[in-house]
Design a protein around this ligand. Structure first.
Ligand code: FAD
Ligand code: NAI
Length: 469
């Protein structure tokens, strides 16, 4: 007799594990199938969490080397102990993935370690990691199998010299020259880590700008900041080939995106960060008639249902931004929908952050999107150079930009370049969730002195004007 469950979730990333917990809280008998040895998916094991551990440690390393003397703290130049930095990263990952195991036990969720596939309506087959096979019977199935790095044809990833984000999070030595392919979120975050630790970083980007999709003014200013930090950009360029030399170096051939003369860049490590693709390998979708869309995603209805009855999908494997909190919110929503409630995700108020120094955080529409849609908007923009706390912290780079509707004053989007932008964006996300106006924000007290005062000043600039500029 097969095990019987109300819900089986395939994949234990932020989408899958959060869905499982919410479903268990709502009274369902839940199973989770995960092929990795630990829970938490890309985000906890090889994504958000380890990258933020290295970003934090490398930022402090750089601060200690550059800013301390200005603050009156005289210390000898800091020495890098990369092995210990990696231990900190590994311990952070372990603490987080163990936390998910604890939550599964607490919520009486049954985990299966192995590769899951759908084996017809109401059935999930698990190829157990320890050998053998098990069939689970389940009233509902949620596909939360996430994504994997996209690769370039003809470029062989060995995760040591030519790496994806996974290898870039575990290098044993600091490469003298790091070539990053792709000026997206991974390229700039992990490029920053290694640049701070001493690498000369060159970023090759196919488009004529960095961070496609972000507000273009933000991207332009941020590129200048990164260039000042020593990062070099080759925009409108593509990598044609990477040859591994016997002396350990790499010969990288790049050419203009539209074709033209080839150039050679020598590097020690190349990071391929050109996006991620949905992961549905050997998932048995054909057994229930699910056909992938043109980009390899599982098509879903607004209620996350697939074309197969009682089979749902969430997270990176479906349409939308590949973000952990988007996957989590969908996990909660789909569990509530399966339980007969009205789960809902507000994609219009979904923050997005690049955890560099300064950080970039945004929510809602970009100025480019508002222009393209012909919406009459006003801009309130306040620089951190005019913020007292920022001066005290040597964190005057960047600005807060608020975009509000001319007719209604409703905030349509907000973009922050600055220290702690990831934390500050929450105020604007909450405001947008409640359809708030720039005036609502301008009339809300901000503690003094805080970086958040810049948000209020930007909101004031959408009306009668800021005080400190
Ligand atoms: P995943 O986290 O990819 O989880 C899917 C899980 O399913 C995996 O554990 C996989 O092993 C398992 N699986 C797949 N197929 C099967 C199968 N057949 N059987 C059993 N198990 C299976 N997002 C942010 O919001 N903030 C960040 O700071 C951030 N940083 C990132 C840094 C890096 C380096 C990377 C690579 C990504 C980062 N992301 C970040 C993106 C984030 O990790 C993803 O959006 C998120 O993990 C998606 O969650 P998910 O649950 O859909 O899928
Ligand atoms: P991305 O989509 O952010 O950026 C990829 C970049 O590579 C783009 O600028 C693209 O134009 C460029 N590119 C594509 N093909 C190329 C080629 N052949 N040559 C040169 N450039 C090329 O993807 P990235 O950085 O790999 O990240 C994947 C996903 O992971 C992102 O979608 C993001 O949502 C998620 N992520 C989120 C983080 C966060 O929220 N802080 C951190 C890291 C990843």
């Amino acid at each position: 007799m097969a095990d019987q469950f109300d819900l089986t979730v395939i994949g234990s990333g932020p989408g899958g594990y959060v869905c499982a917990i919410r479903a268990a809280q709502l009274g369902m008998k839940v199973a989770v199938v995960e092929k990795m040895p630990t829970f938490g998916g890309t985000c906890l094991n090889i994504g958000c969490i380890p990258s933020k551990a290295l970003l934090h440690a490398s930022e402090l390393f750089e601060e200690a080397g550059h800013n301390f003397s200005h603050l009156g703290i005289d210390i000898p130049p800091p020495q890098l102990n990369l092995a210990q930095m990696m231990t900190h990263k590994d311990e952070t990952v372990a603490a987080n993935v163990n936390g998910v195991s604890f939550l599964f036990k607490k919520n009486k969720i049954t985990p299966f370690t192995g590769t899951g596939s759908i084996a017809g309506p109401g059935k999930v087959k698990v190829a157990l990691a320890g050998g053998g096979e098990q069939v689970i019977e389940s009233k509902h199935v949620v596909i939360a199998t996430g994504s994997v790095p996209a690769t370039l044809p003809g470029i062989d990833i060995d995760e040591e010299r030519v790496v994806t984000s996974t290898g870039a999070l575990a290098l044993g030595t600091v490469p003298e020259r790091l070539l990053v392919i792709g000026a997206g979120v991974i390229g700039l975050e992990l490029g920053s880590v290694w640049a701070r630790l001493g690498s000369k970083v060159t970023v090759v980007e196919f488009l004529d700008r960095i961070l496609p999709g972000m507000d273009s003014e933000v991207a332009r200013q941020f590129q200048r900041i990164l260039q000042k930090q020593g990062m070099e950009f080759r925009l409108s360029s593509k990598v044609k080939s990477i040859d591994k030399q016997d002396d350990g170096s790499l010969t990288v051939r790049i050419e203009p995106a539209q074709g033209g003369d080839m150039q050679i860049i020598d590097a020690d490590v190349a990071l391929v960060a050109i996006g991620r693709k949905p992961y549905t390998q050997a998932l048995g979708l054909e057994t229930v008639g699910i056909v992938l869309d043109e980009r390899g995603r599982v098509p879903v209805s607004p209620a996350y249902g697939t074309t197969a009855e009682n089979v749902y999908a969430i997270g990176d494997v479906i349409v939308g931004p590949m973000l952990a909190h988007k996957a989590e919110d969908e996990g909660i929503a789909v569990a509530e929908i399966i339980a007969g409630q009205h789960g809902h995700v507000n994609y219009g108020a979904m923050p997005s952050v690049v955890y560099t120094n300064p950080e970039i955080a945004s929510v809602g529409k970009t100025e480019d999107e508002l222009k393209a849609a012909g919406i009459d908007y006003k801009v309130g923009k306040f620089p951190f150079t005019a913020n007292g706390r920022a001066k005290a912290q040597l964190a005057t780079q960047g600005f807060v930009k608020i975009l509000a509707d001319v007719a209604t004053d409703r905030v349509l989007g907000a973009h922050i370049v600055g220290k702690n932008a990831s934390e500050m964006i929450e105020a604007l996300t909450v405001l947008m969730e409640f359809s708030g106006s720039a005036e609502d924000l301008a009339r809300t007290t901000a503690a003094h002195p805080t970086l958040s005062e810049a948000i209020r000043e930007a909101a004031l600039m959408c009306g009668d004007g800021a005080i400190h500029i």
